[in-house]
Design a protein around this ligand. Structure first.
Ligand SMILES: [Zn+2]
Length: 400
């Protein structure tokens, strides 16, 4: 399976994947999923939002156990983010069939569409539509860099954009959703474990900092006469790093816009975007309040104006505690939870669905922690450990 998927949507020069929603590469990935489903005698379904399903047992029986992830990618993404979860789902089913287990509940494998949001700028479109968190009207407003709207892109790929929308009936069939994913960090590498269980997706947000000063000549304006917004901005970047370190969180200024943006001009405006994430809301508030307070002090010191705006915010997503503990017992020793349980700063379809259905995640060790890059990697042995863990979980949930 891994070999079949490897060439699809891969850029020759970067070696990274460009599998964007509703493109030819995406269609090839979907063809692959359908073929895998059919070759195993599973009932294939494409839902109204373009998510793919492969059923073993009666889809309408209820209390189904579902596992899967996504096949699309970020620009120049790695091979593992998404596909590892989908391939592991099929491999886990093969493993369970080899074990000769008997299923007492329906099982479904799934590929959620447009998880990365690389084309239309919004992540998890397939699961957001299904859960009603993205309305058809909002989806119609989404437009790619190529100017093509989401409905037009779906139509061009042979789907009916009129059909999209919330699908509570489908969600009501599901008793548990498990997403296996490559870890996008180094917690498992540091703990020395091949597989871990997710506890929660960290709350995260984006804040814009506008430092306003006065544009002037870089050669003739004496230092004491300057009102240079780059100085408090630079100090604020360092403050963000300091606050994050103190709190055990992360904070990043990764985007900046400068006016007039001239090499020989003192800036009149420096606009920086802070992305910050932490294990819990209080910690995140503490970091952002600390950065804002520092920025205010630096701006005052230089006699400049500062405005801050929160542009987006996603609260913490706690995965279902009962399901998480059950996974821990299934994968643990003698009923004790011995597998690491870890939080993550990255978003997933499982996070979108978590307040609708009981949801859990398994992470597979990523030795460098690198993700969203062609360098993303997981060792074959760890991937196989992931398949085996997923098979154990599915057996525990769907065969008793
Ligand atoms: Zn992913």
């Amino acid at each position: 399976m891994w070999r079949d998927l490897a060439p699809i949507g891969r850029d020759k020069d970067s070696g990274g994947y460009r599998r964007y929603a509703w493109t030819a590469a995406d269609a090839d990935c979907r063809e692959w999923f359908k073929a895998q489903a059919e070759s195993r005698g599973l009932t294939y379904e494409l839902d109204r939002n373009g998510n793919q399903w492969a059923w073993l047992g009666d889809p309408n029986a209820g209390d189904a156990v579902v596992t899967g992830s996504h096949l699309d990618s970020v620009p120049d993404g790695g091979a593992f983010d998404g596909p590892l979860g989908v391939v592991s789902s099929f491999a886990a089913l093969d493993e369970l069939r080899a074990r000769g287990v008997e299923f007492t509940k329906p099982l479904a494998l799934t590929n959620f569409g447009d998880e990365e949001g690389a084309r239309f700028g919004l992540a998890c479109v397939g699961s957001r539509l299904t859960s009603g968190k993205l309305t058809p009207a909002q989806a119609a407003e989404l437009r790619g860099m190529d100017g093509v709207s989401l409905p037009k892109a779906m139509e061009a790929a042979g789907y009916d954009p009129e059909a999209i929308g919330a699908d509570p009936e489908r969600l009501s069939r599901i008793g548990a959703f498990i997403e296996l994913h490559v870890e996008q960090g180094r917690a498992l590498d540091l703990s020395g474990d091949a597989v871990g269980i997710a506890s929660a997706i960290w709350p995260h947000g984006r804040w814009r900092f506008d430092f306003r000063g006065e544009a002037n000549h870089a050669g003739t304006t004496r230092l004491v006469d300057r009102r240079d917004p780059m100085l408090p901005y630079a100090e604020t970047v360092l403050a963000a790093r300091r606050e994050a370190e103190l709190a055990g969180a992360v904070a990043t200024f990764g985007k900046i816009s400068v006016e007039p943006n001239g090499v020989n001009a003192i800036p009149s405006l420096v606009r920086g975007w802070l992305d910050s994430r932490a294990a819990d809301q209080d910690t995140l508030d503490q970091v952002v309040t600390g950065v804002e307070k520092a920025a205010r002090e630096y701006a005052d010191k230089h006699g400049l104006d500062l405005t801050t705006v929160r542009e987006s915010f996603t609260p913490v997503v706690e995965f279902d505690h009962a399901l998480r503990d059950e996974l821990g017992r299934i994968l643990g020793t003698d009923g004790e939870i011995t597998v690491p349980v870890l939080g993550t700063g990255a978003g997933h379809d499982a996070g979108i669905l978590a307040d609708r259905i009981p949801t859990a995640m398994l992470f597979v060790r990523n030795p460098t922690g690198v993700s969203h890059s062609p360098a993303e990697h997981a060792a074959e042995g760890d991937c196989l450990a992931g398949v085996s863990a997923l098979a154990d979980v599915l057996e525990g949930l769907a065969c008793r």
